[in-house]
Write a protein that binds this ligand. Structure first.
Ligand SMILES: [Ca+2]
Length: 134
């Protein structure tokens, strides 16, 4: 499934970003599913994963500062970071609760995310909450 939809946009000072279909498995062949968080009064934005479960080295969540998502997955450009999970077998969610990435903070009033999945081993995806610092 190639995504050709506009980014999901988040403008509230507190919010939750969910992978497509969450908590059901994400679609396969997701390419460049974008999210943009932009809150004008924010000096920084703190993100906390409530859940993160994707296929290891295959299903990636990229992110960076600003409101312009990267169109290029690899090689990673400066300032772009990426998460991927540990899962290698379809619907194997046993370790998900114990393998959530640490909270992180992005300076400025905006951040973007990009989620890509490959053709198999679907997984639950992610539940990422955020709050702003003024
Ligand atoms: Ca996958």
């Amino acid at each position: 499934m190639v995504v050709d939809t506009p980014p999901e946009r988040f403008i509230d000072p507190i919010g939750t970003i969910l992978s497509p279909n969450y908590p059901n498995p994400s679609p396969d062949r997701l390419f460049s599913y974008f999210y943009i968080v932009q809150i004008p009064e924010a000096r920084s934005i703190e993100f906390v994963f409530e859940e993160f479960c994707t296929e290891r080295e295959k299903d990636f969540l990229y992110y960076g500062a600003g409101n312009t998502p990267s169109e290029v997955a690899f090689p990673l450009s400066e300032g772009i970071k990426v998460f991927h999970g540990w899962q290698t077998v379809e619907n194997d969610t046993r370790k998900c609760d114990h393998n959530v990435p640490h909270p992180f903070t992005i300076a400025g009033d905006s951040a973007w995310f990009r989620f890509d999945t490959d053709q198999n081993v679907m997984s639950q995806g992610f539940n990422l909450s955020y709050t702003i610092c003024k």
